[in-house]
Design a protein around this ligand. Sequence first.
Ligand code: FAD
Ligand code: EPU
Length: 339
Amino acid sequence: MSTEQQHNVNLKGLNTFGMDVQAQSLIEVTSIADVKQLVSKGTFQGKFLILGGGSNVLFTDDYNGVIVLNRILGKTVIEESETSVVLQVSAGENWHETVQYCVDQNWCGIENLSLIPGCVGAAPIQNIGAYGVEIKDVLESVHFIDLETGQEKQLTNDACGFGYRNSVFKHDLKNKVLITSIVIRLAKQPSLKLEYGAIKDELANNNYEHIGIKEVSKAVIAIRQSKLPNPADLGNAGSFFKNPVVPKMEYDRISNQFPDVRGYVVDDQHMKLAAGWLIEQCGWKGKRVGDTGSHAKQALVLVNYGQAKGADVRQLAHDIIESVWNKFGVRLEPEVNII
Ligand code: FAD
Ligand code: EPU
């Protein structure tokens, strides 16, 4: 057991925005038993924040509570047949390393999610997605500790309320559970998802003789590296806003006025707008305000050039929301968890 509490801990290295803030205290958990011990000590009755890789949070101030750092490790194959493998992965495992492990085994399903930062435990929370795949496509169940009772529980995929960047863990179960592992089912026969235009282009550029899981993973990594800043070089948390989903009538109104608008069909009645495009049209792309700004290669990514405070980024986000609202009548919502 390792639930020793550290006090006045600097969080700069524990959030990809690189915000230089202090936490009142921090506890690292490395096992389910650790979490249960914290439940019985009453840790979760006070102010707390569970942190994995810190790649989807913006700290706007010092954190006046306990940071619970999830470092529960382990991967186990719990079922295997000729066609698929069912893998349980503990929440503290690094997401990208898990993807690479599966790619190396030739297990198909999460290669399009290569290079997403953070830990496995956070993946179901916003139903991580990229290049035509979401974690919900392979997920069997999510295992967690109920922070009120200390009981181990699980939800199957259909009970997780998954949607675009959404799940029950952002709503009814927010701050009520600590996710300890996920179970995913991967295919042994490749069934590649190549619909996303940029993947096709990237694969074509490489003239591969054979296209398999590894090539798709490499293509996704190359695309991401060409436009998304590496948090090790430039603080950021990926897309700061969600792509807004609007009724079809609303989309028609906007596209009549702005024929170039980028939109994707969600269903018969809804369209998803590219927030990066909306932000770029308002003149924010590549614009620097003090030590924060919108990234030059991807307007949807807000960055910290070094000394920005969380409040500066929050102000920039607010100004962007206002100008997109004024120009298009569409309200952007943050994807990042503002703390
Ligand atoms: P954290 O930031 O540590 O936590 C995020 C939230 O989940 C917090 O509210 C936290 O309290 C909660 N939480 C974390 N772990 C647990 C747990 N075990 N139990 C309960 N609650 C928990 N996201 C995408 O979906 N697609 C992308 O393509 C993508 N690209 C990105 C690119 C870059 C460069 C960056 C920096 C981020 C990107 N993201 C993307 C966002 C981010 O990587 C994901 O949301 C990731 O899943 C966050 O993982 P994390 O461990 O860092 O979560
Ligand atoms: N676009 C612009 N200007 C910009 C950025 C984008 O016009 O500055 C346009 C592009 O030309 C393209 C469209 O917007 O037509 C979509 O751009 P892109 O393919 O880069 O994807 P995105 O919608 O901006 C989403 C996710 C990313 C994910 C990629 C790939 C959200 C909020 N973001 O970005 O996820 O990696 O698709 O699937 O859904 C994240 O969540 O943190 C994240 C990085």
